[in-house]
Design a protein around this ligand. Sequence first.
Ligand code: CP
Ligand code: NVA
Length: 301
Amino acid sequence: MLSLMHHPADAIVDVLDLADQLKASPEWPTPLAGKSVALIFEQPSTRTRVSFEVGIARLGGHPVVLAGRDMQLGRGETIEDTAKVLSRFVDAIVIRTVDHGKVMELAEHADVPVINALTHAHHPCQGLADIMTIRERFGDPAGIRAAYVGDGNNCCHSLMVVGAQLGMEVVAGCPAGYLPDPEVVATADAIAREHGGFVRVVEDPREAVADARAIYTDVWVSMGDEGQEGERERIFAPYQVNDALMDAAAPDVIALHPLPAHDGLEITRSVYHGPRSAIWDEAENRLYVQAALLTHLLGEA
Ligand code: CP
Ligand code: NVA
């Protein structure tokens, strides 16, 4: 599960339906009993690590958390060999690393499912939680407009892809030089059009948020972009999600952000701690979508 670009929409809806059921149930079934899941982190994480670790335990499974630097991978063992060996021990591999090609290579050589827990290109687990949150607030996302404002990064790509699978209208407002990958945009737009939606990219943030019922932003400096802070803060300043930008969207607009947030940069505290914020539910929903995904991949039929 590397990007959700190549999965059928029905399977994604099944995962989201199961996530809703898990959220509503105090007692969870244990389809992961006797199963282990490796969680490899080559980059820092709060939400992804805790939500996967807690979710796997609640499903009866055993999480094996590995910091990349503590593995032989960090001393030059190849991805191929790591994939082959881990496949002998665990039932699935979850990995966070900057290089998307590394995750593709791991998936190519592993005999067990591989889940992308964030690369520089995609953050599909986040995309699932984003859409779960939109469904909770508005029902069926088909035809609903979401605006992404800021850096055309991994979270932008995943919102486009998952939104497209559910027939949403996704409009990204990003500055020149920081636009989303045109190939991802074209693929997402083609998927969206099959489901009655579309994906569009503009440069004006106010144009992007017109009629939007969700405004989504993310950090201006992603993991892997360190060192570009000054330049990025100058370029992205007009893209801040503040109350004035929220007021330019639909009257019932909600704010989304994957977190961690930076008050006064990509978002203001008045928005992310304010009445229009769905950001804390969005963070909580990581737990349910990932548990649903693991159940879908590993649970008995
Ligand atoms: N949103 C997200 O992936 O958060 P972490 O980096 O804390 O896992
Ligand atoms: N775009 C951010 C998301 C963090 C959850 C990053 O890649 O660092």
